[in-house]
Ligand binder design. Structure first.
Ligand code: CTP
Ligand code: MN
Ligand code: MN
Ligand code: MN
Length: 404
């Protein structure tokens, strides 16, 4: 039994962008529970509830030690009645009954499986469930019309649901850099998203591309995509052109949270083992290649060739030599680069909180393009993330501490 006096009280600021949240989490039992309920709310299009659980989870993630008693939480922000009930349940019983019943529910399971298909969101999944479709087999049998993204998503389902490693992200980074160098000298590629925050795995890899000379980046994406396509690196891509309107004296006011950069949602074909290639000695690689190639070269008849090809296909299917990886590419002009890097580094909640802070506390509008001061009625220019935090009156938080 621990007396209240022995239990330290936490003091935590209420906006996630005022806090340093590393990957090191002392309350994963609580954050897992709250995150699952947030995810379930989002899957059911209950955005308000989703954000409330995300904020509660982020607050627990930021605590410096493990919570053992409800009394430690007194006075903390971001914890609503519902989140407190969930936390209490976990602290007292080891699990939350609401989380357990959600996990078991037929609807939650189906929503997870169906939205696990690239190109399928909560609305589509809900419609399919109402038509009696709960899994991939039923979806295939139903004869539903799938769009191009969903067809690709279904085809590469297992690969795309397997976490991407940092080594794979780096291998793709090298390919993207090569693509960019080939189409426009001097272009720069920056790794953003979760990997920039130091995460060890991700659901995709995010890159931001720019050029030090303003305007040179215009039309860059289609060229990069064409190069990648010509080299056989793309299994799927959808490019959206820049829809950001420049006014005479600067970029237009950010109208929504959605940015309007030239972007490409893609699926890369990544050769397996490529990320380890550089760590292997050259000779060893040579030997392996020769050993594999030699029998293939002694082909005398068509029948032998056919056999060989069949064997090769079976071999390739049993231990596939490549995998599909989701990659997001975004092109930004250099004048907006700092805002774009900040906006694409995440986490999603950290970004949402930055914008809420800007609006509610500073009367400013922040987007991935610009920062507008509504009081002074002018844009605040920045060439670094540090400057943007300073304009916002926030202590600078490095990427590795934005894991809210
Ligand atoms: N983002 C965005 N507009 C989108 C999609 C994403 O601005 N249409 C931003 C998000 O706000 C986030 C960043 O891009 O800051 C990365 O998003 P995402 O890849 O979804 O998440 P990660 O944090 O990288 O996590 P994961 O490892 O799961 O990919
Ligand atoms: Mn710690
Ligand atoms: Mn990502
Ligand atoms: Mn992404």
């Amino acid at each position: 039994q621990i007396s209240e006096a022995e239990v330290a009280l936490f003091s935590v600021p209420s906006y996630a962008c005022q806090r340093r949240t590393t990957r090191d989490n002392h309350n994963s039992n609580l954050t897992d529970a709250l995150s699952l309920l947030a995810e379930n709310a989002e899957l059911n299009n209950e955005d308000g509830r989703g954000v409330a659980f995300r904020r509660a989870a982020a607050l627990m993630k930021a605590l410096p030690t493990q919570v053992i008693s409800m009394s430690q939480l007194r006075g903390l922000p971001c914890l609503g009645e519902h989140s407190l009930r969930v936390i209490k349940d976990v602290l007292e019983n080891g699990v939350s009954s609401e989380v357990e019943s959600t996990k078991q529910s037929k609807r939650y399971k189906a929503l997870k499986i169906l939205t696990g298909i690239f190109g399928v969101g909560a609305k589509t999944a809900d419609r399919w469930i109402r038509e009696g479709i709960y899994n991939l087999e039923q979806l295939r049998d139903s004869g539903q019309t799938l769009n191009r993204a969903q067809k690709s998503g279904l085809e590469h389902y297992d690969d795309l649901n397997e976490p991407v490693t940092k080594a794979e992200a780096d291998a793709i980074g090298e390919i993207v850099q090569k693509a960019v160098d080939s189409v426009l000298t001097g272009s720069q590629v920056a790794l953003t998203g979760g990997f920039r925050r130091g995460k060890l795995t991700g659901h995709d890899v995010d890159f931001l591309i720019t050029h030090p000379e303003e305007g040179k980046e215009v039309g860059l994406m289609p060229k990069v995509v064409a190069w990648l396509e010509s080299q056989g690196f793309l299994l799927y891509q959808k490019t959206t052109r820049n829809s950001y309107l420049e006014s005479k004296d600067g970029p237009a006011r950010p109208a929504s949270n959605m940015d309007r950069f030239e972007r490409c949602f893609s699926i890369f074909k990544l050769t397996k083992g490529k990320e380890q290639e550089s760590t292997q000695p050259e000779e060893q690689n040579d030997l392996k290649t020769k050993d594999v190639l030699r029998p293939h070269m002694q082909v005398d008849t068509d029948q032998q060739l056919c056999e060989l090809s069949k064997n090769y296909q079976m071999e390739a299917a049993s231990h596939k030599i490549w995998r599909a990886v989701r990659v997001d590419l975004v092109v930004s002009p250099i004048s907006q680069f700092a805002f774009a890097v900040l906006g694409w580094t995440g986490s999603k909640l950290f970004e949402r909180e930055l914008r809420r802070w800007a609006g509610h506390e500073k009367n400013m509008s922040l987007s991935s393009h610009a920062l507008f001061d509504n009081t002074q009625n002018k844009y605040l220019r920045a060439t670094s993330e540090e400057e943007i935090f300073a304009y916002l009156g926030l202590e600078y938080i490095p990427p590795s501490e934005r894991n809210a």
